[in-house]
Design a protein around this ligand. Sequence first.
Ligand code: IVH
Length: 659
Amino acid sequence: MSIETKIKNLRNQINEANYDYHTKDNPKISDFQYDALLKELIELEQLYPEFDDPSSPTKKIGGIVLDKFIKHTHKVPMMSLGNIFNESELDSFYERIDKVISNPTFAAELKIDGLAVSLIYESGKFVKAATRGNGTIGEDVTENVRTIKSLPLVLNEPIDIEVRGEIYMSHEAFKKVNLERANEGLDLFVNPRNAAAGSIRQLDSKIVAKRSLSLFTYAVVEPMLYQKTQIDILKYLDKLGFPVNPHYKYVESLEALKESINYFDELRKKLKYDTDGVVIKVNDLSTYDMLGFTAKHPKYAAAYKFQAEKQITEVKDIIFQVGRTGVITPVAELKPVFISGSLVSRATLHNEDYILNKDIRINDYVYVHKAGEIIPEVIEVIFDKRNDQEPFKMIDHCPACGGVLERKLGEADYYCTNPNCSGKNIFGLIHFASRVAMDIDTLGEKVVELLHDQTYLQTIPDIYKLNQYSNELQELPGFGKKKVEKLLDAIENSKNMSFDKLIFGLGIKNVGAKVAKTLVNVYPSIELLIDAKYEDLITIPEIGPEIALSVVSYFKDNNNINMLLELKSFGLNMTHEKEEILEHEFNNKTFVVTGTLDSFSRTEASSIIEKLGGKVSGSVSKKTDYVLAGRDAGSKLDKALELGINVMDEETFKVKINE
Ligand code: IVH
């Protein structure tokens, strides 16, 4: 046997052993045998570097140290899911779908509590992994993901495919890493999700390899190219060699959906990893385009969140925060209490009415839970434990600048009326730099606070002047040359951020991410947007009078105009380019699809044609450009031949769609 074959055989044996142990939880060889095979392979690879291969299982040991992660633009955005918190929201979700496709069926899957990852394979070989990032641009974490034992480096079919899944840390691995950190005097990770996310962001893949991360895959990019239903996608992923969570269910009715949620809620208590809900996906992939999307979520799926745990604690104080629009939010400072995996010492009280309705007072004992398992919230006072606490009284001056507070008629919130309020500025800055807006990595809350306190940052344009103070910034606590360089790079990169993110980042009242997108589509430059008229704005379907008014009054304010001009002078992108239409042969061509196709349903074929810019019609006429004819095509094919219209067979169609 040649050395090359010997190496190949060893690689196959080890890949199989990894699969049996880590993916199927069914080891077929002993640890001793495994170690011996690996040792032999490592030695041979050292002796014969000419047979080096990135798909070798020895690469799972790690060893590559990066100085930063490269950005990766997702071919198809990594969206998140809309949440469902109770039965009535589940009913509405079902009704919405049932209206579009009657009697829908679903795949119900556990929602794994980790971090999303996109995995790219070429000719069946693992080539790249990227984090979700802001959904459009993530980070290339290939070397770290390669170390995950259950990640297949070679698939069972030599195909090109992009797969999405969740990296998570089991309870056992979590305990181990925290024990090690405690021994080294390091801060502990608060939960397995943070530990998994923190590990994936390590620059040294050897450290990642030691963290014992795990993986489940649950989706494929452009799934219809591979299968017809979500259940089939899960089976297909399993067949390719990917780890797939085995606890999924095919569900045929609303009743069955509810039953499956109860089943999963019980099941999850027995699992060795964290889950935070059930992901419900319409099973028939061909209906997804029809069901559509919101700005953030697809409408064909949703995440049913499990009921969060509630705990009793004491309200030590009620303080007030100033939001980016000047809104004042009362917050309860609590005696720290452990809820759903983390220590909670603050909880939102929303507004004056919320506090008065629940009659929450300083020194009360209250129930606290995590709304959506994330945001701590005071839900109820325990009146039996009350003594002589003073009733709550709302403040009338801004806690940040001392400005007068105002509560407009019909609104629940108080706002600071001072346009130069320092409190407002800081939240505006945090929002502007945040992931969802301009995505200026490293300019997070803490850094904004520090730079604000040190007077480097008061306004948004100040962000783009920070490069003048590069040397001074390096002297600030927690800063250094590297961090300042990283910050300034991120700021420079943000100048190319899309126009809608910039508009969203400005924090205009009522202008969220979706409205910002709509606005830049209709007004694709800052000049046009500044001149937008109220009467024109309200004719746009998603924009009502309230939004239109906010937009017009924002751009009427000279301070805002001057700020935008200043940003423009720094080179920020202030135009929106319409999405390129795919230049494909099918663009603008009219098709009729007839007969039985082997690889697609007619609906699938039609949706592919439409994706490539073509139109699909039901009947053949002189205007038809092509008839896609499958087996047993009848009168439509006859008519096409009669009119001399191009007839395309399935094989040609398959070749053309890949061009
Ligand atoms: S499907 C369009 N399936 O939950 C998004 N997601 O908010 C399709 N997750 O970003 C995601 N388990 O990180 C899907 N079985 C599952 C999942 C799952 C966990 C995560 C994922 C996603 C988030 C949704």
